[in-house]
Each structure stands twice: as structure tokens, then as C-alpha cells.
Ligand binder design. Structure first.
Ligand code: HEM
Ligand code: MTE
Ligand code: MO
Length: 340
């Protein structure tokens, strides 16, 4: 056939775009939930491929867009905004993946990337709802499967191209961790960015008078800071940076020996109200830390007492810990990400 393949642009192009976009959103969120390097690598590569793969469909989608502009009088404002947000998110994602960790007026490429992606969700729902594209039985032909395969291979090749550019041009991106984070301040905690998840603020605290309530018992700062328990662990913030430090404090299982028999999990609660829930069985892998790199924790980095949660992303590492609440509810019964 001599017809250019973009003439086939239509329903299936839209369905492919939607599937890739939803997959990019899901793998993006999944990557935030994963702290172990092996799994994180797979999810991050899939994420980059789904995102970059969208660009491969631009020639087809632009035919659809031009057709639509030509034939309808409806308002396109929401669709244009959706397109602009998508371009912003893509550009910022790639900028993060090649350019390193830079904060400009408190924003980093990754915060712009994720914020734009989150704003896309309601627009995408409205956009797709008004333009239902039915999946048909006849879609399951050998040719469609081959095309989907080609799109998959092309998407991975696009990801490979960015990685090759990182390596060949010796860009900062070649040093990122499996999660996509850049190393800042390993062994030198003062160099780590002070980071809040969302709306939390650094409180003023009284170090020496600090106490932590653990179920019915109370432990003082002096008790905690006299403990020899230590762990070397990586704090990996979803904002795109990580640092490896030597942390010292008390292993949480030592403080939970008299927990009631029906205890399934516990909430680690900050003086600010910020909280995360953990399974009781995980307590021996968690540290209530008072020290990092041999010195007391600074106020910005969670002093007097913070949680150290090896293998988990930064938002689990509750700062300014005031209370550990024992519960008989399962650990998964909590918002997947903090709310403040
Ligand atoms: C509209 C949805 C999204 C699209 C199209 C998208 C696309 C992309 C692209 C193209 C990259 C660069 C990949 C590379 O070259 O390595 C990227 C990186 C990244 N994205 Fe997204 N993304 C989306 C949503 C999200 C969400 C919701 C999150 C997190 C909650 C997220 C987190 C990340 C992270 C952490 C990176 C850095 C990964 C790395 O350095 O390899 N993304 N994204
Ligand atoms: N109370 C409280 N603890 C918190 C947060 C927060 O906003 N409030 N942010 C978390 C996030 S997202 C990260 S990455 C780490 C950052 O630790 P740092 O400020 O010592 O670098 O703290 C975690 N603990
Ligand atoms: Mo973070």
C-alpha cells in the first residue's frame, strides 16, 4: 500500500496513548513506593519508556488533532492545557534524568515533573470521558499485536537513547541511583537538603527535655542517645536526592517487648502530627535515631529523634518523633503517601 501510515491515525492511536499515559502514572507512583534498588530499577526503566514512548505517537496524534481542529467548533482550551502539561512533565522528567539535582526558587525538575503529572489526571479523565474509544474484538489482530510490540521496542530504545546520551556526553544523569536520585551529602549530613514531604514545617524543639511515648511507656532522650545500636543506611528522598549515613539510636524492637498480644502494627508520630504505620514484624529493621555521622541530629534533619527506615523511601523516615502508637490494625491500613 502506498498510503502513509499516519492516515491510519485514529481510535487505536488514542487507546495506545491512553494506555501509555496511565502506565506512566502508575509506574511513577509505584517507583515512589519502592526503596529496594533491584525492583526500583525495573520500575524506573518501565516508567521512562512509557513516558518517552508517548513521543513516538506524536506523528499520529498530530493528524488526529489537526482533523479535530478542522471539523469542530468546540472549545479546545482543556485539551490544549492537557497537551501543555504533558509536554512540561515530559521535559522536566528528562531534564531530571540528565541534568542532576538543582533547586531553583525551591523547585527542582522532579517536583515540576510530578506536579504537572498529577495535574494531568483530572484533565485526562475529562478528556477521555468525552471521547470514549471502544476497544473492539477486531483489534486483536496479528498486526495490532505487532504494532504494540514495535511501540514497546521503540519506547525502550528511546529510554536507551537518553541513557546513552548520559554516558557519551558524560552528563550528571549517569550517576543517578536505581530510583533516579542523585547523591548529595553522603557522610556529611549538613550537606543533605532539609526536606519536608508536603506542608510540614521544622518545629522548635527542646533536645534535652525530649521524651518519646512508646505505648504505655516513656523513654527519655538521654536513654535513647546512650544506646550503641547503629546502622549504615541510605536516605532516598522522592524529591530526587539520596545520602548514605551512619545512624545511631535504639532498634525499635527493643522498645516494643511488652506490646499487647493483639498488636499488629504501630504508628510512628511526629510532634507535628506527621505519621507513618509499620508492621510489628518490621520493628527490628527500624531505628529511633538520635545521632548521624557521630553527631546529634540537627533540628532540620529530625533532631532530637527521628526514625531511620533502611530500604524505604525518605517519606517513611519520620522526623521529630514524639510517640509510637500501638494498634491492632494491619500496617497497610493507611494512606499510601503522607497527607501533610
Ligand atoms: C503523565 C505522567 C508521566 C509521564 C508521561 C512521565 C514521564 C517521564 C519521563 C519521560 C521521564 C524521564 C525518563 C528518563 O529519560 O530516564 C520521567 C522520569 C521520572 N518520573 Fe515520570 N512521568 C509521569 C508521571 C510521574 C509521576 C506521577 C511520578 C511520581 C509520583 C514520576 C516520577 C518520575 C521519576 C522519579 C523520574 C526520574 C527517573 C529517572 O531518573 O530515571 N513520574 N518521567
Ligand atoms: N515530621 C516529618 N518527617 C518527615 C517529613 C516531613 O515532612 N515531616 N518528610 C520526610 C521526607 S519526604 C524525607 S525525604 C525525609 C528528609 O529528611 P531530611 O530533612 O533529614 O533530609 O524526612 C521525612 N520525614
Ligand atoms: Mo522526601
Amino acid at each position: 500500500m502506498s498510503t502513509p501510515s499516519t492516515l491510519r491515525a485514529g481510535r487505536r492511536t488514542n487507546l495506545a496513548l491512553l494506555a501509555m499515559l496511565v502506565s506512566a502514572l502508575v509506574t511513577g507512583l509505584l517507583g515512589y513506593a519502592i526503596g529496594t534498588p533491584g525492583t526500583a530499577r525495573v520500575v524506573t526503566i518501565a516508567h521512562g519508556a512509557f513516558g518517552l514512548g508517548l513521543l513516538l505517537l506524536v506523528p499520529w496524534k498530530s493528524v488526529i488533532v489537526r482533523r479535530s481542529i478542522g471539523r469542530s467548533t468546540q472549545h479546545h482550551t482543556a485539551s490544549i492545557l492537557l497537551g501543555l502539561l504533558l509536554l512540561t512533565s515530559l521535559a522536566a522528567g528528562v531534564l531530571h534524568a540528565v541534568g542532576g539535582y538543582h533547586s531553583v526558587l525551591g523547585f527542582t525538575a522532579l517536583t515540576v515533573h510530578v506536579a504537572a503529572a498529577v495535574l494531568i489526571v483530572p484533565l485526562l479523565v475529562a478528556h477521555a470521558r468525552g471521547r470514549r474509544q471502544q476497544l473492539r474484538r477486531a483489534d486483536l489482530t496479528r498486526r495490532t499485536v505487532l504494532r504494540a510490540g514495535a511501540l514497546g521496542v521503540g519506547s525502550l530504545a528511546a529510554y536507551g537513547t537518553v541513557e546513552a546520551a548520559n554516558a557519551v556526553l558524560r552528563l550528571p544523569g549517569r550517576h543517578r541511583r536505581a530510583t533516579g536520585s542523585y547523591e548529595i551529602g553522603s557522610g556529611v549530613p549538613e550537606q543533605m537538603p532539609v526536606t519536608q514531604w508536603f506542608t510540614d514545617r521544622v518545629p522548635t524543639v527542646d533536645r534535652l527535655g525530649w521524651q518519646v511515648e512508646i505505648g504505655p511507656r516513656t523513654v527519655t532522650y538521654a536513654d535513647l542517645s546512650a544506646s550503641p545500636d547503629g546502622v549504615r543506611a541510605v536516605l532516598d528522598c522522592t524529591g530526587g536526592w539520596y545520602a548514605e549515613q551512619d545512624w545511631r539510636g535504639v532498634r525499635l524492637d527493643r522498645l516494643l517487648t511488652d506490646a499487647p498480644a493483639d498488636t499488629q502494627s504501630f504508628d510512628v508520630v511526629s510532634v507535628t502530627g506527621y505519621r507513618r504505620r509499620f508492621a510489628l514484624a518490621d520493628a527490628d529493621r527500624l531505628l529511633l535515631a538520635t545521632h548521624v555521622a557521630g553527631s546529634p541530629l540537627s533540628g532540620g534533619h529530625g533532631g532530637p529523634v527521628r526514625l531511620v527506615a533502611p530500604g524505604r523511601r525518605g517519606y517513611w523516615w519520620v522526623k521529630w518523633v514524639r510517640r509510637v502508637e500501638l494498634t491492632s490494625r494491619p500496617a497497610w491500613l493507611q494512606p499510601p503517601f503522607p497527607l501533610q
